[in-house]
Design a protein around this ligand. Structure first.
Ligand SMILES: Nc1nc2c(ncn2[C@@H]2O[C@H](COP(=O)(O)OP(=O)(O)OP(=O)(O)O)[C@@H](O)[C@H]2O)c(=O)[nH]1
Ligand SMILES: [Mg+2]
Length: 685
């Protein structure tokens, strides 16, 4: 059976992105209900949603693991990834974005753009993922669509294109006017389907005015629309829809819809907008991969050789499932696939489509689809799977570097082996978790993106029937940086005592990368003249320098924020080799760093605290005690919103502290804000 391309045009792979608690999981749940995929509406607070299926997600009421589900709407297949909003799980979002063609960004109509909405928005920008916006929770007291849209315009995108006008507000929010079709949609209290009708008379004038605003905004951005607008000073529905689709796909505009997922209002038009505006796999650029030194592009063609990217592995539960996005070709049950990073061939035992709580077995999956494969033993999140006859390596998602670590140990020494395998399984499912053994103490150290991330990981071991674990105090990952460099450091690596010798001579300059300590990254350049050091040896010196960055002179922390210049060097006719120059680079930079002034850096976070006005004083005092620097405060609906930069090391336990200080009325969110100089006492911790 051939899949023709028109079938692919009806596929939408999309993610739901937002700040914590904006309502992503609730939107997902309502999509499944509206499309008839489920027959009961699950609730986050009851622990009954489809995508928050993990017991910890149900207990904590938050999404931890991105979950893919599939549903059908208006002749289209929608593969949907519900992502976590908490910053500790940003890596799940990153991997999901890598395989998505489009996204819905969800906003809380009271809070507008929140810190993590901004972070995920930038993440989606980096991946070039087209988006539409859904302003949720219009039923809440204090909800305000216009204000939320203003915050989108101010902080995320200059051209939000609002295509609906709410009918009623807060508790009385009952429907929307569709400004594209100029019809009203009303929902009853029972969660039934939308009832369509004419625009209510009381809203006609306002709806016409807003339609006009929309037309003008679209005409300004879209040449064909502008032409029609200039000719007749209006836009037809057809032109408007086509232009909105184009603007969404180019990212020049963002369609904004609104509703209340909880009350099941605004869901069908959101599904319609997904179908109308977000791209199909055919509309996105061909994926890039490499084979050897050659770059290849594969478009979403079912007839091309098979290539897919694994973005998630679920190792626990019934059998190991690998979630993949198929980029090209077709895969059938029983086929073998090749993983170029391990060089292994594996057999696909089953292909599954995840439909809410049940799995539908498929005989095959084609380019553009997102499915789960059973039977793969070694593929990991980030692995490429391809046709053994047409090898290709797709670019793997970037894994964030862990910033927090804890020492873990089995309570009973007889459980050490079991703990090791439980940890290995965790790291396999979540590439942002790193397990290593501390060279000095011999302890097993688990590192991740934050306190919650590690807490969830350790709890998962227990829940999966693993051994009892003793967990040490969390520690942050320090870095070292150069504050004053050296120039003209001469290093000779010479071993010429008989047999094959080694000779490499390098002269290195080291300087800080940024004006302020806290700049991260590493730059390397060579200014050697006259070919005194051949290109391949220059590359070897760079590789050696990178090796040396792993351990700084202060406390063996990774070194960042420096530029190394190879200014001179020489070779020996017989005894020079890439290996010798790599060694010279490593040992030379190590020596140079000892001669530099080096400072310790610690990770810092930008913290946004929302508290009742009467608690501000205490919260500010507490932030100061935590070495926090307050950057701003504003008041929003009777609450104070404080932003501060605080060292991550001082944030351990902050959630509990804030809760008790504010009788549970305070909330806070964090996002990574790079590194800052650490004071000496912190260095000693
Ligand atoms: N009033 C109101 N509450 C809502 C609405 N949508 C969701 N909620 C509630 O807001 C809370 C958070 O909703 P979730 O759907 O879990 O939010 P989320 O974005 O998935 O959260 P994370 O996955 O933890 O980032 C839950 O208690 C929901 O019931 C809405 O439209 N109106
Ligand atoms: Mg969620």
């Amino acid at each position: 059976m051939r899949t023709n391309l028109s079938t692919l045009a009806t596929v939408r792979n999309l993610g739901i992105l937002a700040h914590v608690d904006a309502g992503k999981t609730t939107v997902t749940e309502r999509f499944l209900y509206a499309t008839g995929t489920t027959h009961k509406r699950g609730e986050v607070h009851d622990g009954t949603t489809v995508t928050d299926f993990d017991p910890q997600e149900r207990d904590r009421g938050i999404t931890i693991f991105a979950a893919a589900v599939s549903c059908g709407w208006d002749g289209h297949r929608i593969n949907l990834i519900d992502t976590p909003g908490h910053v500790d799980f940003a890596d799940e979002v990153e991997r999901s974005l890598r395989v998505l063609d489009g996204a819905i960004a969800v906003f809380d109509a009271v809070a507008g753009v929140e810190p993590q909405s901004e972070s995920v928005w930038r993440q989606a920008d980096r991946h070039g993922v087209p988006r539409i916006a859904f302003v949720n929770k219009l039923d809440r007291a204090g909800a305000d669509l216009d204000r939320a849209v203003a915050s989108i315009r101010e902080r995320l995108h200059p051209a939000p294109l609002v295509v609906q006008l709410p009918i009623g507000a807060e508790d009385g929010f009952t429907g929307v006017v569709d400004l594209v079709r100029m019809r009203s949609l009303l929902w009853d209290g029972g969660g039934g389907a939308a009832v369509e009708g004419p625009v209510p008379e009381t809203l006609t004038e306002e709806a016409l005015r807003r339609r006009r605003v929309l037309e003008e905004a679209v005409a300004e951005l879209h040449p064909a629309a502008l032409e029609e607008f200039c000719a007749g000073s209006a836009l037809s529905e057809q032109t408007l829809v086509a232009a909105l689709r184009d603007l969404t796909r180019t990212g020049d505009g963002v369609v904004v819809l609104c509703g209340s997922a909880y009350r099941n209002r605004g869901i069908e038009p959101l599904l319609d907008a997904v179908v109308a505006y977000l791209p199909s796999p055919l509309d996105v650029p061909a994926v890039r991969g490499v084979h050897g030194d050659t770059e290849q592009r594969r478009s979403a063609d079912p007839e091309a050789p098979f290539a897919a990217l694994a973005f998630k592995v679920n190792a626990a539960g019934i059998g190991r499932l690998t979630c993949v996005r198929v980029y090209s070709g077709t895969i059938g049950k029983g086929d073998t696939v090749w993983d170029p990073s391990t060089g292994r061939t594996e057999r696909v035992a089953r292909i599954l489509r995840v439909m809410a709580d049940r799995h539908v077995q498929l005989d095959r999956a084609v380019a553009g689809d997102i499915v789960a494969l059973a039977g793969l033993k070694s593929a990991r999140a980030g692995s490429t799977l391809c046709d053994p006859g047409a090898p290709l390596l797709l670019e793997a998602p970037v894994v964030a570097e862990p910033v927090v670590s804890v020492a873990v140990e089995a309570r009973r020494s007889t459980d050490t082996g079991r703990l090791a395998s439980a940890l290995a399984r965790l790291a396999e499912e979540d590439p942002s978790l790193v397990v290593r053994t501390d060279d000095e103490t011999g302890q097993t150290v688990l590192s991740g993106m934050g306190e919650l991330h590690l807490e969830v990981a350790v709890e998962k071991i227990r829940r999966d029937g693993g051994p009892e674990v003793v967990v040490g105090r969390p520690r942050v990952a320090h870095r070292e940086t150069v504050v004053r460099g050296v120039s003209g450091l001469v290093f000779r690596h010479v071993k010429q005592d008989g047999g094959a010798g080694q000779f490499a001579h390098v002269v290195l300059d080291v300087e800080p990368l940024g004006a302020e300590a806290g700049a991260t990254g590493f730059e390397f350049r060579s200014v050697v003249v006259g070919g005194r050091v051949p290109q391949e040896y220059v590359r070897a010196v760079e590789a050696g320098c990178r090796d040396a960055l792993a351990e700084g002179p202060l406390g063996g922390h990774p070194v960042t924020g420096l530029r190394v210049t190879l200014s001179d060097g020489s070779t020996h006719v017989k005894d020079s080799s890439e290996m010798a120059f790599r060694t010279a680079g490593r040992l030379g930079l190590r020596e140079a760093l000892r001669a530099c002034a080096v400072a310790l850096l610690e990770p810092v976070a930008e913290v946004t605290v929302t508290v009742p006005e009467d608690a501000v004083g205490g919260v500010l005092g507490d932030l100061a005690a935590r070495r926090g620097r307050v950057n701003g405060s504003e008041s929003r609906n009777g609450s104070a919103v404080l932003t501060a930069t605080v060292p991550l090391a001082e944030l351990f336990g902050y959630a509990t502290r804030l809760r008790s200080r504010t009788q549970g009325r305070g909330t806070f969110t964090t996002r990574p804000a790079g590194y800052a100089p650490a004071p000496q006492p912190a260095a000693a911790r």
